[in-house]
Design a protein around this ligand. Structure first.
Ligand code: SF4
Length: 469
């Protein structure tokens, strides 16, 4: 019998988590580790490993092919360019504390696409090989240039077999014309709602009048578009967090069932105001308190709720093929399937790269509408996007589920070659995976109930979290 290489990590008091490159995992102890290292596995060990997909007899047998299939589906292949984040204007009608893009004032000039830029964007879209497209309108506040959104959407609808649009808006001022634009079935709204009215007012709207205006528009959006086409994302300041139960209640009151908790990403004005350190410890504690409150809520709720990123992590642990979320995939190709087009025609591989460049820390642009995509810059950025050959990740038990974030590394440290465990991305993901596995192996029926909901099965089955005898 051959055993695939196993990585391991201490979890809980006395146990170790073992995993392989295809993402199969199990829980065992030091005694198993000794036997594995010394090549002294027992008959029972061998039977368990074969049953759990970690062993095979010969190249190409069913066990071997099963492993290869699971492993291959975990690899994010660079697809055709089909996801565009467009910034038709940098102007905004709010001045949030932690604006991540260093927006321009609402009445400023020189921060919108002109007619030539619009034409260049359309030409670029027209050249794509993909027969479907997703367009996310960012800003600034994109609804300030409804005419540009309309022109892009009309073009995409006629050019591509399938087209989907997301308008990232603060929902502060929405004209009837804008509502009619948003009501189209192929168009979604993504807005920010910082957990509770109190925190949203403090961090974004500043006055009760403006706050009321936002909440009224959020309610109109949910009524006119339906909850399935509206997402509201809270940005949390780890040093001053809303009560988790209050956030859950505020979302449930609006029939929103998915909360994507995000801590402040210190970029743009946020970096200037809050400094460099992202208070990771405070955030971890808050995140766990939040999930605990969510689990408690789900024990009795008629309509249960999820935290989006935890659900994504659980799905990546349990199944191959969840490679669609650009924040966590491996390799995390840059400038391939996703392109950001800024208000001034500059091109970026991600929205974070645009923000980092905007504050003047480092230029992460990969070309311009005038000159096209710079293949050399794209190749340079892609030299460090895979954890397969990272000297630290290769030993990590979470390698199969994780990925790299070179833009975040460049943004925080100005380099991509720090030892992994010194990076914010690695520290936060080690903690997230530790937490996810503690939930998967929990004997608490309330945890198991939420787990089943989040991973989409009728009931929790202990077999999803195997352990040796
Ligand atoms: S970044 Fe950190 S958590 Fe992710 S695979 Fe690498 S070592 Fe593991």
């Amino acid at each position: 019998m051959n055993v695939w290489p196993l990585q391991f990590r201490k979890i809980g008091e006395n146990d170790l988590l073992f995993s392989d490159d295809s993402g199969s995992f199990f829980r065992s102890d030091d005694l198993f580790l000794d036997r594995y290292i010394q090549g002294a596995l027992t008959h029972e060990d061998a039977e368990f490993l074969a049953y759990n997909g970690q062993a095979f007899e010969t190249d190409g047998d069913f066990a071997f092919s099963g492993f290869a299939s699971r492993w291959a589906k975990r690899i994010n292949t660079a697809g055709d360019l089909s996801y565009f984040i467009l910034v038709p204007t940098l102007r905004c009608n709010l001045m949030c504390d932690y604006c991540q893009v260093s927006r321009a004032a609402e009445n400023a000039s020189g921060f919108d696409w002109d007619r030539d830029t619009l034409e260049q964007v359309i030409n670029l879209l027209d050249k794509q090989k993909a027969n479907q497209v997703k367009v996310e309108f960012q800003g600034g506040e994109p609804l300030l240039r409804l005419d540009l959104l309309d022109a892009i959407r009309n073009f995409c609808r006629s050019r591509f077999e399938a087209a989907e649009f997301v308008v990232c808006t603060n929902l502060q001022t929405v004209s009837e014309e804008a509502w009619q634009f948003l009501e189209a079935p192929d168009t979604h709204v993504s807005t920010s709602f910082d957990g509770t009215s109190k925190f949203h007012l403090k961090q974004r709207t500043k006055t009760t009048t403006v706050q009321r205006q936002f909440e009224a528009n959020l309610d109109v959006a949910l009524t006119r578009l339906g909850v399935d086409r509206v997402s509201a994302l809270p940005t949390i300041d780890p040093s001053d967090c809303p009560d988790p139960a209050a956030v859950i209640h505020a979302f449930a009151a609006r029939s929103l069932t998915s909360i994507y908790l995000r801590r402040i990403n210190y970029q743009g004005f946020a970096r200037k105001k809050y400094g460099f350190d992202s208070a990771l410890v405070d955030w971890r504690q808050y995140y766990r308190r939040f999930i605990a409150a969510l689990i408690e809520y789900n024990t009795t709720a008629d309509v249960p709720m999820e935290e989006y990123y935890l659900t994504h992590i659980l799905r990546r642990i349990l199944q191959s093929g969840h490679n669609n979320h650009v924040d966590l995939r491996n390799p995390n190709w840059l400038g391939k399937d996703l392109l950001v087009i800024d208000f001034n025609g500059q091109l970026y591989p991600t929205d974070e790269a645009r923000m980092v460049s905007r504050i003047g820390k480092i230029d992460l642009s990969i070309g311009s509408l005038e000159d096209g995509i710079d293949a050399n810059r794209v190749a340079t950025l892609n030299s460090n996007v895979s954890n397969f050959d990272d000297p630290d990740c290769v030993h990590c038990a979470y390698k199969a589920y994780c990925g790299l974030d070179p833009i975040d590394d460049l943004s925080r440290y100005g380099r991509v070659d720090l030892p992994r465990h010194q990076t914010d991305h690695c520290k936060s993901h080690l903690d997230l995976f530790d937490y996810a596995f503690s939930l998967l192996y929990s004997a608490d029926p309330t945890v198991q109930k939420s787990l089943a909901i989040w991973i989409g099965v009728p009931n929790y089955n202990p077999k999803i979290a195997p352990r040796t005898l």
